[in-house]
Design a protein around this ligand. Structure first.
Ligand SMILES: Cc1cc2nc3c(=O)[nH]c(=O)nc-3n(C[C@H](O)[C@H](O)[C@H](O)COP(=O)(O)O)c2cc1C
Length: 272
C-alpha cells in the first residue's frame, strides 16, 4: 500500500517457499492485491534455485505477483554457514546468463550483505543483468542472523566469526559497481534520505532499505508513511542544499571520500 501511495518499488522475499509449497502463495500475492496496478514489484529467487529449478521457477515467481522485474539473490555466505546450505556455486553464472537471454522481464542481481565488487558487477552485466543491487556490508547481516538461528555450536560460531568478514562496505561497493557501467541500486545499511543521497552521489541510480522500514511497518501503516515521507523530505533537502535539481544530479556534486572508504577506493584506483 505504501509503495503504491508513494510511487516506490518493492521487492518481496524469496519465493522459494511458495514455489515449493503453493499453499504459501497467498503470503506473496497479497502484495499485488494491495498495490494494483502501478507499484513496481520485484519477484525474488535465489541463484541456487534458478540453477537447480531452471527458468520455469523464475517465470512462476514473476507470474505469482504480476511482477515488473525479478531479483535474483546471491547469498553464498549464508549458504556456507548453514549445514543444509548449498556449498557449490558451480553453474550459477551460466544459469543467470540463460535466464537473461530468454526472459521478457528485467533481472536485478542482488547481494544480501557482502557487497558486489567491480569485477563481479562486470560479470553480472556481461551475463545480461539489467541492474545490480549491491547489498553491501554495513546493514543486515545474514551471517549474524545465522548465529541466532544456529542449530549447533559450529553454526553459531561461524555466524559470529563471519558476521563482518570480507564483505565490501556499501559505499565502496556502490562506487565500484558503478565503474562496471550498468545501473546500480544501493542497499545495505541505508537508514535515511541523506544515506540515499550519498549513495546516489557515489553513482547509484536508486537506494533501497529493508531493516530501516521494518520497525515503522510493524508499528502500523501511518508510521510507515510518516517514515517514508521523512526519507523523501531528506532526499529533497539534500538535493536543494547541493544545488541538484533532482536526485540524478546528485551524481555530479563534488564529493569528499574520507577514512577507510577513501582508502579502499584509492587502493582500487591504484590497481587500475
Ligand atoms: C527481515 C528481512 C528479510 C529479508 N529477506 C530477503 C529475501 O528473502 N531475499 C532477498 O533477496 N533479500 C532479503 N533481505 C535482504 C534485503 O532485501 C536487502 O538486501 C538488505 O537487507 C538491505 O539491507 P538493509 O536491511 O540493511 O536495508 C531481507 C532483509 C530483511 C531485513
Amino acid at each position: 500500500m505504501a509503495a503504491e501511495e508513494f510511487g516506490l518499488a518493492m521487492g518481496v522475499g524469496s519465493q522459494r517457499a511458495a514455489l515449493e509449497n503453493p499453499e504459501m502463495e497467498d503470503s506473496f500475492t497479497v502484495v499485488r492485491e494491495h498495490a494494483p496496478p502501478h507499484a513496481f514489484l520485484c519477484g525474488n529467487l535465489g541463484i541456487i534455485q534458478l540453477r537447480d529449478k531452471g527458468i520455469e521457477w523464475a517465470d512462476k515467481a514473476v507470474e505469482m505477483i504480476d511482477a515488473q522485474a525479478l531479483c535474483i539473490h546471491l547469498n553464498p555466505l549464508q549458504e556456507a554457514i548453514q549445514p543444509e546450505g548449498d556449498h557449490d556455486a558451480a553453474g550459477c553464472l551460466d544459469a543467470l546468463q540463460e535466464l537473461c537471454s530468454s526472459c521478457r522481464y528485467p533481472v536485478i542481481v542482488k547481494e544480501t550483505g557482502c557487497g558486489i565488487s567491480r569485477e563481479c558487477a562486470r560479470q553480472l552485466f556481461a551475463a545480461g543483468a539489467s541492474a545490480v543491487d549491491v547489498g553491501g556490508l554495513g546493514g543486515t547481516s545474514w551471517a549474524a542472523v545465522e548465529q541466532f538461528r544456529a542449530k549447533n555450536p559450529l553454526q553459531q560460531a561461524l555466524g559470529l566469526h563471519f558476521a563482518d568478514w570480507g564483505g565490501i562496505p556499501t559505499a565502496v561497493s556502490v562506487a565500484e559497481a558503478t565503474l562496471a557501467g550498468g545501473p546500480v541500486i544501493a542497499t545495505g545499511g541505508l537508514n535515511s534520505g541523506t544515506d540515499i543521497a550519498k549513495a546516489m552521489a557515489l553513482g547509484a541510480g536508486l537506494g533501497g532499505m529493508a531493516l530501516a522500514l521494518l520497525p515503522p511497518a510493524m508499528d502500523g501503516y501511518q508510521s510507515l508513511c510518516d517514515k517514508i515521507h521523512q526519507i523523501q523530505t531528506e532526499i529533497r533537502m539534500s538535493c536543494y542544499l547541493t544545488g541538484s535539481r533532482n536526485p540524478s544530479e546528485l551524481r555530479n556534486i563534488r564529493k569528499y571520500i574520507t577514512g577507510i572508504t577513501g582508502e579502499m577506493l584509492q587502493y582500487e584506483e591504484n590497481k587500475l
